[in-house]
Design a protein around this ligand. Structure first.
Ligand SMILES: Cc1cc2nc3c(=O)[nH]c(=O)nc-3n(C[C@H](O)[C@H](O)[C@H](O)COP(=O)(O)OP(=O)(O)OC[C@H]3O[C@@H](n4cnc5c(N)ncnc54)[C@H](O)[C@@H]3O)c2cc1C
Length: 449
């Protein structure tokens, strides 16, 4: 347990990465102080009360691939979680499919000709692309799934997500994504009737886990300063020397002891802008290449009979602006509209900050309700809808951005007491379970030196 004489670790952000770093630092015997800009922990993984129900900020599944994350989850949540088979589909060519679509689904929904076309193109692509070195996500996907399935299904969807052609996206944008896939795996799944995944979810939403996690950290002595926004980081080119933050009492400064360490989970481009003195001009120029997509979330109330039966339904159809719908009434007993008289849906639109970010709420609600109507989902109306704009949700990991990030990382890694962590903090496409696991691992390695 940390005491006043233990080395201090300052953490920026109380999202998954920041809390995981605080947890790891505390377990190594450090004193910990966390600065969090908002009033609650959880960051993008927080939950909210909206339209009389409980929802996460879009779907937030926590997987079971990471043993130490599972351990923390069960230690923190105990019985406050519920298990279910996660039902996720993708609307493509007018039918709901698994993602990626399975052979038996293509056969029954699109017919024998399309199935053969996809199968042959998969085999041909495998042979043709066998020996080429993969430079981008498009080549990776075509090698994996063949030209037909990739260009008609996978690429359009991922281009919707990022807003750039898949030929610009890094082949390994999501580590581990393609490793387990092969033609044999794809065909083998034809024998299975369901691709549903078994998950455990906090009963009152993902954010409840982070609220409980943060309070357990506070109970043992970690200090978390909410509504304390880091706004300047002084340095002497070798280490961070002072932190300036703004809270209710105005602007305050903490001078950093030579033995203290800093873990930042702030978006990488924001962190660079907070440095004082400013980074070298050639690095500041690179920041325009480090971009994030933003998400517009539309929460709406729908009639239970017509609401999606899935927990998550991806929409891969250019006629719709909505790209994903989450029905929180299908999740746990503590989410959605509690009496089930209506269902609470979250519709997502992925946008560049400069595009429909400025559109007014009524216009956005109108677009979403038109889409829902066309999908046969009834009951949604303007007065029972709420728009939430969330910036910096998805790092756009193009080859160009990766090259820029590498240079920025090299510069920031030269500060001996600074560790970068988190999805936007390290600029990597990681889901929250991987974010938690990586942040623990990196913090341990960093503090052990
Ligand atoms: C729509 C959507 C759906 C998603 N679905 C899933 C899913 O199904 N499964 C999954 O595992 N992951 C999912 N994710 C990803 C998941 O939300 C992130 O991986 C995770 O929250 C990243 O954690 P983080 O701590 O790195 O960053 P964040 O969650 O962004 O936390 C960063 C924290 O830093 C704080 N901060 C920012 N600036 C300052 C400042 N100047 N001073 C102090 N504090 C500051 C923020 O307030 C925030 O609390 C989804 C994300 C979105 C947006």
């Amino acid at each position: 347990m940390g005491s006043k004489s233990d080395p201090m670790v300052y953490v920026f952000g109380a999202g998954p990465a920041g809390l995981a770093a605080a947890h790891a630092a505390f377990n190594l015997g450090s004193s910990v102080q966390v600065f969090e800009a908002s009033a609650v922990p959880g960051g993008l993984s927080r939950s909210i009360e909206v339209l009389g129900g409980v929802a996460d900020i879009g779907p937030h599944v926590i997987g079971s691939d990471y043993a130490r994350v599972n351990e923390i989850l069960s230690e923190v949540m105990g019985r406050r979680q519920e298990s279910f088979q996660l039902n996720t589909t993708m609307l493509w060519k007018g039918h709901d499919f698994s993602y990626p679509p399975k052979p038996h689904e293509i056969l029954t929904k699109l017919g024998i000709f399309k199935t053969l076309q996809i199968g042959v193109s998969m085999a041909v692509s495998r042979l043709k692309l066998r020996s080429i070195s993969i430079e981008n996500h498009q080549e990776q996907s075509r090698k994996q799934y063949g030209m037909v399935l990739s260009s008609e299904c996978i690429e359009p969807y991922l281009e919707r997500l990022w807003g750039v052609p898949s030929s610009e996206i890094c082949a390994d944008w999501k580590p581990g994504r393609f490793i387990r896939s092969s033609i044999m795996n794809w065909v083998r799944t034809a024998l299975k009737s369901s691709g549903d995944v078994h998950v455990s979810h906090p009963t009152h939403g993902m954010g409840d886990f982070y609220i409980q996690f943060a309070s357990k950290l506070e109970e043992v002595g970690c200090e978390i300063w909410y509504e304390s926004k880091v706004q300047r980081l002084s340095h002497d080119h070798e280490r961070v020397t002072a932190i300036e933050f703004v809270d209710d009492d105005g602007t305050e400064q903490v001078v950093i002891d030579p033995s203290a360490q800093v873990v930042s989970t702030l978006p990488l481009n924001l962190l660079m802008r907070l440095l004082d003195p400013e980074p070298p001009a050639e690095l500041s120029c690179l920041l325009s290449k480090i971009k994030f997509r933003s998400t517009i979330l539309g929460f709406v109330i729908a009639d239970p009979d017509s609401a999606p039966k899935q927990h998550i339904r991806y929409i891969n159809d250019p006629q719709f602006k909505i790209s994903r719908i989450t029905n929180f009434n299908r999740w746990t007993s503590g989410m959605g509209i509690l009496d089930n008289s209506k269902h609470l849906l979250c519709c997502e639109m992925w946008v560049d900050p400069e595009s429909c970010w400025e559109m007014d709420d009524d216009e956005l609600v109108g677009i979403m309700i038109r889409d829902l109507d066309a999908m046969g989902i009834s009951g949604a109306c303007d007065s029972l809808s709420k728009i939430l704009r969330v910036p910096n949700t998805h790092p756009i990991i193009t080859n160009e951005a990766r090259a820029a990030v590498n240079q920025v990382h090299e510069y920031l890694n030269s500060f001996s007491n600074l560790l970068l962590s988190g999805r936007a903090g390290a600029f990597e496409y990681a889901d929250q379970d991987r974010v938690l696991d990586l942040s623990i691992q990196r913090t341990i390695e960093f503090l052990k030196g």
